[in-house]
Design a protein around this ligand. Structure first.
Ligand code: CA
Length: 376
């Protein structure tokens, strides 16, 4: 690549500054040719996670990442994974990595929205991006650069760590036939989804995962969202709620993350940095694939549950929720200049991506794939 093209790339935002500087200095391929000597030094890292130990797919993905790094580095990058609470409480993982008590953490960026409002967008938001769009925005649409910039302010380096795909709308103890049925509805619905629920007349209730089942059983909750058929089945919600609604408008594609202490990452030799980064790409794909496959499997199981109704939200409710979400998001984006800039980037990306998916993804689902048999 010549100098002129590199400069054009910087101007167009297609080449990040660090890469541009390396290319301009003529060192663009030095690392990939393996010219750096391989150090025999061993690095022992700790990974703290926001997931219960061994949590299906997400906790398993963390261990897979550790195993991959170990195997690819010949044991030179060894990561010990700690479930939430084993080393630090789940929601202290972010600060633990910032402070260097652990080198890497696993979570979802919206957990840190109280500290960094813009972080919300790197996990997802109501009526936001689906998994394919999120990956496209992050990995090829400028999102990752913004994410790195945001986390650099707290000494961290982020990596995409998988996606749930479109979640389910949740479990309800009564039928939802209209927007009016959301009035007074006590629903476990965290974050921005909860704010949208409020505008529809509902009451968001915050309950930790371990208390939802009892809350629903005892009527402290009328409804709860969780994830999708696989994780919901494990929670046993089908035993106590009769109505399972779709789609999860509040979480159409929640993205997960690995965040690394920047100084600890910089201390790794280049080949171990590359091994870690490449392993996260594998986990990013593994996680989404596992959610898709397991959810399909467990949806079939849930369809066998006697007396359970699996229903779509009424169209007027979705329309009203979409309008309420747009207002909530505009207000939220005004939190600070960075949040505004990240939201603008997503909106710009969507404006381009939507016409393309109209011609392709939508046509695939509506025309090419055909309908599922009625009994499924
Ligand atoms: Ca959820």
């Amino acid at each position: 690549m010549n100098r002129r093209n590199i400069l054009k790339g910087i101007a167009a935002g297609t080449i990040g500054l660090p890469l541009a500087l390396r290319l301009l200095a003529g060192k663009g391929h030095a690392q990939s040719r393996g010219e750096a000597t391989v150090s025999g030094e061993r690095f022992d890292w700790k990974m703290v996670t926001t997931w219960p130990p061994g949590f299906p797919i997400l906790g398993e993905g963390c261990q897979k990442l550790a195993d991959l790094c170990h195997a690819m580095s010949g044991g030179r990058l060894h990561i010990t994974v700690y479930g939430g609470g084993e080393l630090v409480p789940p929601l202290e993982a972010f600060d633990a990595v910032r402070q260097g008590a652990a080198e890497v953490g696993s979570g979802a960026a919206y957990y840190w929205a109280g500290k960094l409002p813009a972080a919300q967008f790197f996990a997802g938001f109501p009526f936001g991006l689906n998994a394919q769009q999120m990956n496209a925005w992050l990995l090829s649409g400028g999102g990752m650069e913004l994410w790195r910039e945001l986390y650099a302010t707290v000494g961290l380096l982020p990596f995409a760590g998988g996606n749930t795909g479109v979640q389910m709308g949740g479990w309800f103890n009564r039928r939802i036939d209209s927007v009016a049925d959301f009035r007074g509805l006590k629903m476990r619905m965290p974050g921005l989804g909860g704010r949208v629920l409020e505008r529809l007349g509902g009451t968001p209730v915050l309950l930790p995962g371990g208390e939802i089942y009892t809350g629903l059983e005892r009527g402290i909750l009328d409804a709860t969202e969780w994830v999708g058929p696989y994780h919901d089945y494990i929670m046993g919600f089908h035993e106590i709620a009769k109505y399972y609604y779709y789609p999860g408008w509040h979480e159409p594609g929640t993205n997960f993350e690995f965040f690394v202490n920047r100084e600890k990452y910089d201390a790794l030799p280049p080949d171990l940095q590359q091994i870690f980064a490449t392993a996260t790409h594998y986990i990013n794909m593994y996680t989404l694939s596992a959610f898709e496959a397991k959810n399909a499997d467990y949806l079939a199981k849930l369809k066998q549950v006697a007396g359970l109704f699996i229903l779509p939200f009424p169209e007027p409710l979705i329309t009203q929720a979409r309008q309420a979400a747009a207002e909530v998001m505009e207000e939220y984006a005004a939190s600070d200049a960075t949040t505004q800039r990240v939201y603008a980037s997503i909106q710009q990306f969507r404006a381009l991506a939507k016409p393309w998916s109209e011609l392709t993804e939508r046509r695939f689902y509506e025309d090419l794939e055909g309908s599922a048999p009625a009994d499924l």
